[in-house]
Ligand binder design. Sequence first.
Ligand code: ADP
Ligand code: MG
Length: 235
Amino acid sequence: MNIVSFENVSKTYRIGEVDVTALSQVSFGISKGGFAALVGPSGSGKTTALNLIGCLDSPTAGEVIVAGQPVSRLDRRRGAQFRGEKLGFVFQDFNLLPVLTVFENVEYPLLMIRDMPRGERRPAVERVLEAVGMTDQAGKYPAQLSGGQKQRAAIARALVGNPELVLADEPTANLDGATAQRVMSLMKRMRDVFGTTFVFSTHDPRIMDQAEATFYLEDGRLLDAPTAYGEDRHA
Ligand code: ADP
Ligand code: MG
């Protein structure tokens, strides 16, 4: 069963008088419980595709279905509600709030989006901090953490609301190679532990090797088979 389906999806941005085609008639499916990569060079449409899945943007044509729900024409309020209930996000630059501790950063979505009572928040936060191995860092501020620790905290924040799907846009782009591999392994383990589907984007061949399903984009089109990326990988 697919948790994400793209059916002939196109996305065109209008800048002044010029149309920029970010995605062109893209169709694919990601199975529930999968660990899937969107791969392509800068400008190929990866972020656009993730934004459509995340209800942060709407396609110009076609349909995006997430967790059984056609999301292309959700209005802002229902899009935000859907996001809060079903999705978690991990970012390239971690997006941790510097004035909050690790614990408070992870707690934040429960407070802001779900309005969960305090007594329920604490065990939920402790559970995901434990899962990502950050229990001992709970009282620290982001500035006191390494890049790898920041991303572990961000993964805990993405998981705290029990999402069906975590979207990670170039989650390892600001990490060194060894740390990047550890962060990928952690996400895969979280998929195994919580059953959460992960969809991530990358242009790093070492990272894309970790994916169980890989979708290659180039100039907004889905490629049948890897081209330059496959060659890189075996170079
Ligand atoms: P990637 O994440 O693979 O680097 P993007 O999805 O960010 O690619 O971009 C795909 C194309 O769409 C690029 O040509 C980019 O310049 C364009 N684009 C992306 N977002 C916008 C936007 N908000 N307004 C105009 N053009 C955009
Ligand atoms: Mg991008």
